[in-house]
Design a protein around this ligand. Structure first.
Ligand code: PEP
Ligand code: MG
Length: 319
């Protein structure tokens, strides 16, 4: 099997009945991007920008960030979706004092920090815009829970564009902007949010944690942390349907997209883009290539009507 995967790694992810899906990769730094492109990815579905902030003694400047984002799109010629800072929760910075919080995962993190530290956020957005003049950069916001947050982030982005315009600095005027779906609020409001973004990317790591109220890092309840829980599956389907109703692309960058057992089901749910660990690219592509989309769709439809893990397992066995 290993040999076959290697031989077919360069082939596109097209099902037997000619449905093309995108297989992207998740990366955390430039080294990862170099490894990922060797795996014949279609693009980068999640570039976690945290490393720039965590491996530093100060908030990285616009210039420092621009250099890294530019390098990223020069290495990967496909789309590179760069997520704005997703710090907080368990991720801290040595140079910024976070107040002690009772529940850091429900606290001051991700987009909440960016909207609070607007000048810091603008440095990142300007760097991203400037890099978009050199390749296919897309911007993605993490942890959105309300339309107000989304509109505020978009309006700060517009401010940055205007600044660049007035300084005659180049950027891609059609740059795509998306948001992660990783909170129950964003699932419930997906149809409304879809009107203001170009794509969704489902972050099942946090979505599973928040849907089920199960800490993603707590071993004691690890068996409850299950993305196959029907509530999570229904949330995923709802988001895909909402996105498609508004004609936007729906991807997934949580670990669930790398799960070989989930692959045909997600394909059948009509997921457009799988962003996976680069070590899983060949395996996920190969499963897609050996699938019949219409058949998977027929089976995945049944997921909508089941409510127990037993029934979910029965459906998974049909694939
Ligand atoms: C997620 O929550 O699914 C995700 C991809 O983001 P992270 O794992 O960085 O929280
Ligand atoms: Mg997350």
């Amino acid at each position: 099997r290993e040999k076959l995967l290697k031989e077919n790694a360069h082939l596109e992810a097209i099902t037997k009945d000619n449905k093309r899906v995108l297989v992207y990769s998740n990366v955390g730094n430039i080294e990862d991007i170099k490894n990922a492109v060797k795996c014949y990815i279609d693009g980068i579905g999640l570039f976690r920008s945290e490393f720039l902030y965590m491996e530093n003694s100060h908030f990285p400047t616009e210039e420092e960030q621009f250099e890294v984002y530019k390098e990223a799109v020069q290495i990967c010629t496909g789309e590179v979706i760069i997520r704005t800072l997703d710090i907080g929760g368990d991720k801290e910075l040595s140079y910024y004092e976070f107040d002690k919080e009772e529940n850091p995962f429900l606290g001051f993190r991700a987009i909440r920090i960016s909207l609070h530290l607007k000048d810091m956020f603008k440095e990142q957005l300007r760097a991203l815009l400037r890099a978009s003049a050199f390749g296919y950069v897309s911007i993605m916001y993490p942890m959105i829970i309300s339309l107000e947050e989304l509109l505020e982030a978009n309006s700060i982005l517009d401010e940055c564009k205007k600044e660049l315009d007035s300084q005659n600095i180049a950027y891609n005027k059609d740059i795509k902007v998306g948001m992660m779906i990783e909170t129950p609020a964003s699932v419930m409001e997906a149809e409304a949010f879809a009107k203001y973004v170009d794509f969704f990317s489902i972050g099942t790591n946090d979505l599973t944690q928040y849907m089920l109220a199960v800490d993603r890092g707590n071993d004691k309840i690890a068996d409850m942390y299950d993305s196959f829980n029907p509530a999570v599956l229904h949330a995923i389907q709802k988001v895909i349907d909402a996105g498609h109703k508004e004609n936007i692309v729906v991807g997934m960058c949580g670990e669930f997209a790398s799960d070989e057992r989930a692959c045909k089901m997600l394909l059948g749910m009509d997921l457009d883009e799988f962003s996976v660990a680069f070590t899983q690219v060949a395996a996920i592509k190969s499963i897609i290539r050996e699938s019949d989309f219409e058949k998977c769709k027929e089976i995945s439809e049944k997921i909508r009507f089941v409510h127990s893990k037993k029934e979910v397992n029965e459906i998974l066995n049909m694939f």
